[in-house]
Design a protein around this ligand. Structure first.
Ligand SMILES: Nc1ncnc2c1ncn2[C@@H]1O[C@H](COP(=O)(O)OP(=O)(O)OP(=O)(O)O)[C@@H](O)[C@H]1O
Ligand SMILES: [Mg+2]
Length: 230
């Protein structure tokens, strides 16, 4: 099992520090400035909602925090280390193990069962198959899907698919979950079920950044950050 060693020194320690992040997209003759000197500090174990109108840059921000996209300037410091100073395998390890992603659409692999989908991040990280299977079974049990583990994604409801993708995001014991409208494509009942999974993360002390248009979800978080369209 992968272990993370996290700094615990000092009262002011923040798990995540985002400093003066700038990101623009060039399209033909014009430049779209999406993030302008964006700053944010997040405590270890905190659950932060990110809200704002369509096009405000919420997904762009999460992609950058997760190391999937690069800013034009500024830094993302996670557990004391600058994400964009990481290279090669270090950056891969950050993306695959330190953080877990949950998206609006689950992106489960259609040819694999729920159990296999949950195991994949651990297999990518080089964990042995037996250990990965055991942990994937435990995680599916935690999200209430033990009896669906051999179902393929098309044989799962929307809420079940999303709960499977949450189990997958938790597979490598991430310290932080980045969730981009995880309930965006679900009805109220499924949405509540999926959000209750984030309560499990809270109990485990996992830091969560959640982009949402759902006010009740945003209100249930420790803090709400409003992004504006520039
Ligand atoms: N690769 C890209 N090239 C050009 N423009 C882009 C690119 N990605 C995003 N944008 C633009 O950047 C802006 C911010 O996009 P982003 O997806 O971060 O918004 P968002 O806040 O997540 O919106 P929504 O709530 O609709 O998901 C949008 O206006 C979008 O059109
Ligand atoms: Mg978005």
């Amino acid at each position: 099992m992968l272990q993370h060693v996290f700094q615990t020194s000092g009262k002011d320690f923040k798990l995540l520090e985002i400093i003066n992040l700038n990101k623009s997209f060039k399209k033909g003759d014009y430049t779209l400035n999406v993030l302008n000197n964006f700053c944010l500090k997040v405590d270890d174990g905190e659950r932060v909602a990110i809200v704002g109108p369509s096009g405000a840059g919420k997904s762009t921000l999460l992609q950058i925090i997760g190391g999937l996209d690069k800013p034009d300037s500024g830094s993302v410091v996670f557990n004391g280390d600058s994400v964009f100073d990481k290279k090669g395998r270090q950056l891969d390890r950050y993306r695959n193990s330190a953080v877990g992603f949950v998206f609006q659409f689950h992106y489960l692999l259609e040819d694999f069962t729920a159990l296999e989908n949950v195991m994949i991040p651990a297999l990518i990280a080089g964990e042995n198959r037996g250990d990965a299977k055991k942990r994937a079974e435990d995680l599916l049990a935690r999200v209430g899907l033990s009896d669906r583990s051999d179902h393929f994604p098309t044989e799962l409801s929307g809420g079940e698919q999303q709960r499977t993708s949450i189990a997958r995001a938790l597979m490598n014991n991430p310290k932080m979950i980045l969730a981009d409208e995880p309930t965006g494509s679900l009805d109220r009942k499924n949405s509540e079920e999926v959000f209750s999974m984030f309560d499990l993360m809270k109990q485990d002390g996992i830091t969560v950044l959640i982009v949402t248009h759902d006010e009740s979800i945003a209100d249930a978080c420790d803090r709400k950050i409003e992004m504006e369209k520039s």
